[in-house]
Design a protein around this ligand. Sequence first.
Ligand code: GDP
Ligand code: MG
Length: 763
Amino acid sequence: MEKQTYTIGLAGNPNCGKTTMFNALTGGHQRVGNWPGVTVEKKIGKVTAGDIEIDVVDLPGTYSLTSYADDERAARNFLIDDKPAVVIDVLNADSLERNLYLAIQMMELGVPLVLALNMMDEVRKNGKEINVGLLAQLMDSPTVETVARSGIGKRELINEAIRVAQAKNGKAEPLRISYGPDLDPVLDEMELNISKARLLSDKGPARWVGIKYLEGDASIRRQGRERNESVSRVLEAMVENVSRHLKATLGATPDAIIADYRYGFLAGIAKQVVSYTRTNASRIALSDRMDRVLTQQVLGPLIMAATIYLIYVLTFTVGKIPMDWMQTGFTWLGKTVEAAMPEGMLRSLLVSGIIAGVGGVLGFVPLIMIMFFLLSALEDSGYVARMAYMVDRIFRIFGLHGVSVLPLIVSGGIAGGCAVPGVMATRTLRNPKEKLATVLAAPLMACGAKVPVFLMLAAAFFPGEEAKVMSIVTLCGWIAALFVAKLLRSTLIKGESTPFVMELPPYRMPTLRGLCIHTWERSWQYVRKAGTVILCISILVWAAMTFPALSEDQAKPFEDRIAAIQVQAGNARANLEETEATPAEKAEKLGDFNANAGKAQAEAKTTGDAVEVTDPTAEALKTVEAEKSEASLRNSLAGRAGAVLESVMSPAGFNWRVNIALLGGFAAKEVIVATLATAYSLGEIDTKAAAPLSETLAQDKSFPKAAAVALIAFVLLYAPCMVTVVTMAKEVGWRWATFAVGFNTVLAYMVAVVIFQAARFMG
Ligand code: GDP
Ligand code: MG
């Protein structure tokens, strides 16, 4: 027998439990894609019921279907163009009125609906009752009670959906509601004109097209004009007329009137179906009481600062443990591969290019997961909405929105974030200009990859004051981000800011399961995006720092020295063997023969923490190898570029070694410390402690303290790393991503030069 296949959409407001329901319905059978043209993720899951196959498409969580926000447009285009057989609208039954607003819009479009009255457990707990039968009747749609979190009602929901799909197959009688004495007559006339001309009849019902014209929907107007210019003009004139009339009589625009009547319609429904069995007062009252403290004018911001600080501390103290494991693991992997393979290009590519690069990215995963877990807890509990509410007034001054606070925090507002998930978090911003400004400001924060550079420089030039330096740098990140946002919002991306319409829902206790799902989704996005791009870039950077290799002539002096050391070691060993000596004495004598290594050994002995006796031959060999690495780095493409850049960068106090490191940092900021270490012929160093590099830098006469401060500023501000650039391009297009690279670098350069020159001037 032929299999029947249906496409079902899953729609709903943000936080209505849609993801939970999607997972409950489809289990593990999911695949992820992208909505055409926008960066919103599209998830599709499979459900089989007998010989019926269903593709469940997860629509972006939205309050409405306007055409200016990415997620709303994606949802709307899917409904219009893909014509799903039926849409399951997940409603947070606890705030029914607000949640039904989306349902009305879909019903006006003629989309067959099944309503999932979700969170019924909450409704009951809050002492409310909903007359489901009456609601189904008034909304003219099958309605099922569900508790997505425990899977209650999901069978019935899917059965209803199948029934409606078979009965209606994508076409329902569109809902008609009254928009009042001013709009109704105009709308009727518009509808007549539209249906006579069959204008956009493939998109939606005539009345819906009319409503879109009245709402001033840019995308429908544009398409209308393309299809039939003259009819479209007539319609626009009618809208113009009634707008003028409304403005004069009610002081309102048509879209505001439309929204009013929709809410009126819903308020009427809610009044009839919702009843209070018991006072719901307790939870709301508790929430209000909490808000009286948590959003209080003085206490609120203090508590917010403390919360952010707590997240910071938890992320780093807890995160350090698995991060160290990861680092140890990758170091071990690198060493093992190094030992197992013969020396050569392939080994170098594997160890220095691939393992080091990917290790750098994956090393951050534990930190990111912990941070996302804590941020999700804040979000799910409803506190983030309060944070946005509190900072909105300040952010508005800089042309941003309260909601921008989260992307900025994620990007490094608490040092150690990452701009990649930060940029992705801007999707919750509805106003495209505020979103763009936030995206451009985010990479200026003190992300986790920049932190090792700051710590290393602080250890070298401000020993003992690392924490203070980090706090100041983090603060400077905020200042820079807000300053740039303000600058751009008053020049290149001028425009109105959106009013703050975020509701403050009652606080809710987050569930572990929900937190895990959100954490996993976000971390996986990071791994996937960062992982693939970083791999390619690590290979490119490795190549730029490896080729052209030293010629035989250039390498010869090093080879000769290595040979000499080996001969010397051979002789020393032969001498030792002749005399009868205890192993300890042997070691001591071996130690004497190389002054340097001997001293180190003596130090190790006095501190008593060096268990193994260092082999002076190996030490000497290591020194030569490191010097050879430096020479070959200097000779490489990157090294030559670094030298060429010296004339440009010297006003900021940067020598060629710093320049190479900064070039590497274009790819990933993680590379900076390691590259600097190689350039100073230190060979492999522990990037976290970076002690030898700190000492070397502090002693380098050509790198004064002023240059260190300039370098800190430069690293904080200059071009976002490649992964961030790619992520930015996905969010706001390549033009703006490229702009950020140039703009940030120029800004960083100017600041660095000013710092270095001013410091020199003041002596
Ligand atoms: P989405 O934004 O619509 O995808 O919402 P989520 O699926 O992420 O759910 C938001 C929060 O509501 C999570 O903490 C869920 O655990 C919780 N949640 C989802 N469904 C229910 C439900 O039926 N009852 C209760 N009490 N909580 C739910
Ligand atoms: Mg979700």
